[in-house]
Design a protein around this ligand. Structure first.
Ligand SMILES: NC(=O)c1ccc[n+]([C@@H]2O[C@H](COP(=O)([O-])OP(=O)(O)OC[C@H]3O[C@@H](n4cnc5c(N)ncnc54)[C@H](O)[C@@H]3O)[C@@H](O)[C@H]2O)c1
Length: 331
C-alpha cells in the first residue's frame, strides 16, 4: 500500500494510464491531465485490463482503490501532489515545457518523475528552477504488472529525491533499480535495442520471419532471461568452473562475425512493408485488446510461478503481498 496519498499524472497514454492503474490500486488518489479528447476512454480501457489483472494476480487483501479525477490543465492537476509523473510524448521540448508549467503550481517538495525511455535527466531538468526534484523513473509496459522501474538522476537531482522515490515505488509493489551513472536509454532499453536491431536484420536478410524470431525468444532464452537475467544464466552455463570458464570458452567468439549490431538497417518502405506484413500474418487475427489480455494472463502465470520459488520478480510480488497483509492486520 502506498506511502503517498495524492499524485498527478501528466499524459494519460499507454504509460500514463499504466501508472494511474498502479497508483489507484495502492490507494493513491490521482489527478490526470491529458489534452486529447479521447484521453478518458483510453485510460478507462487500460483500467479495465489492470483491474482484471490485479484481481487474478494478488492473493492478499487489496487496498481500497484510490480515486481518479480528470483535470483540464496542469495547474489544476498538480497542487497538493506528492508525486508528479510526466508521461507525455518522447520529445525534449514538450517535456521541458510541461515541467515549466508544473513548477508554477506544484508543491515545493513534490517529486517530478519522467517516464522517458531514454532522454538524459540532465537534459530534462536543464531549464528548471528546482531541478533537484526531477528524476527519471522509467517503467515497463504494462506498468501495472511489471515491477521494474529504473531510477536515473541527472547532474542536479538530489540523493533525497532518489531515496524518496525509491521508497514510494517500493510501496506500490515495484522493484526500483538505481542506474549508477546517467546514460541515454539507461540499462534495459540498451539491451532491448541490441535485440531489436539484430531481429530487424534477420528478417530483412530473409534468414527468419517475424514469427521465427519471436519463437527463438519465447521457446528458449526468453524463459531463462525472465528468471536469471544475463550473467547468472551464463554463470550456470559455465558449469562447475563458473564464470571464468564461461568467459574463456565463449569470449573469443565475440570477435567472430556473429552479429550485425554495429549496423543499422535502413528503414525503407520495403523493410517496413516486410516486417509489418509478416507481423499481420503472424498475429493479425487477434485484436490488440485480445493480445493484451493474453500477455497479462501469461505474465500473471509467470509471476505466480516465480513467487512460488521466492525468486526475482515473484519475490517482489511476495514481499508486496506481505506488506498488504500487514496493513490489513493493522486496520
Ligand atoms: N510505450 C512504452 O512501452 C513506453 C515504456 C516506457 C516508457 N515510455 C515513455 O513514456 C512516455 C509516454 O509514452 P506513451 O507510450 O505512453 O505515449 P502515448 O502516445 O501513448 O501517450 C502520450 C500521451 O501524452 C498526451 N500529451 C501530449 N502532449 C501533452 C501535454 N502537453 N500535456 C499532457 N499530456 C500530453 C497525449 O495526448 C497522449 O495521450 C514517453 O516518454 C515514452 O518514451 C514508453
Amino acid at each position: 500500500m502506498s506511502i503517498i496519498k495524492y499524485a498527478a499524472v501528466i499524459g494519460g497514454g499507454v504509460i500514463g494510464a499504466g501508472w494511474v492503474s498502479r497508483l489507484i490500486e495502492n490507494g493513491v488518489d490521482v489527478a490526470i491531465y491529458d489534452p486529447a479528447e479521447d484521453a478518458m476512454e483510453k485510460v478507462e480501457a487500460v483500467l479495465k485490463n489492470s483491474r482484471y489483472a490485479y484481481g487474478k494476480l494478488i492473493s492478499a487483501p487489496r487496498a481500497k482503490e484510490g480515486s481518479i479525477s480528470f483535470k483540464d490543465s496542469i495547474a489544476a492537476a498538480v497542487p497538493g501532489a506528492e508525486l508528479i509523473i510526466e508521461s507525455v510524448p518522447e520529445r525534449l521540448d514538450i517535456k521541458q515545457s510541461v515541467y515549466a508549467e508544473i513548477e508554477q503550481s506544484a508543491d515545493t517538495d513534490a517529486i517530478i518523475a519522467s517516464s522517458t525511455s531514454g532522454i538524459m535527466p540532465s537534459d530534462l531538468q536543464a531549464k528548471m528552477s528546482n531541478p533537484e526534484r526531477l528524476l527519471v523513473a522509467h517503467p515497463f509496459n504494462p506498468v501495472y504488472l511489471l515491477p521494474l522501474v529504473e531510477l536515473v538522476g541527472g547532474k542536479s537531482t538530489s540523493m533525497d529525491t532518489i531515496n524518496r522515490a525509491r521508497e514510494i515505488y517500493t510501496s506500490v509493489g515495484m522493484h526500483p533499480l538505481h542506474v549508477k551513472k546517467e546514460i541515454e536509454a539507461f540499462i534495459a532499453d540498451r539491451l532491448l535495442e541490441a535485440i531489436w536491431r539484430e531481429s530487424l536484420w534477420l528478417v530483412k536478410d530473409g534468414i527468419a520471419t517475424t514469427q521465427d524470431v519471436d519463437d527463438a525468444v519465447r521457446f528458449g532464452f526468453g524463459l531463462r532471461y525472465a528468471q536469471m537475467g544475463v550473467f547468472d544464466t551464463y554463470r550456470v552455463a559455465g558449469g562447475e568452473a563458473g564464470m571464468r570458464h564461461f568467459m574463456a570458452q565463449f569470449g573469443p567468439c565475440l570477435k567472430w562475425p556473429w552479429t550485425r549490431l554495429m549496423d543499422v538497417p535502413e528503414f525503407t518502405d520495403e523493410l517496413v512493408d516486410l516486417i509489418a506484413g509478416q507481423s499481420d500474418e503472424q498475429s493479425g487475427h487477434m485484436t490488440i485488446r485480445e493480445m493484451e489480455r493474453i500477455r497479462d494472463d501469461n505474465l500473471i502465470a509467470i509471476l505466480h510461478g516465480l513467487k512460488g520459488n521466492d525468486w526475482g520478480a515473484g519475490q517482489a510480488l511476495g514481499k508486496y503481498e506481505s506488506h498488504l497483509l500487514e496493513a490489513a492486520n493493522d486496520d
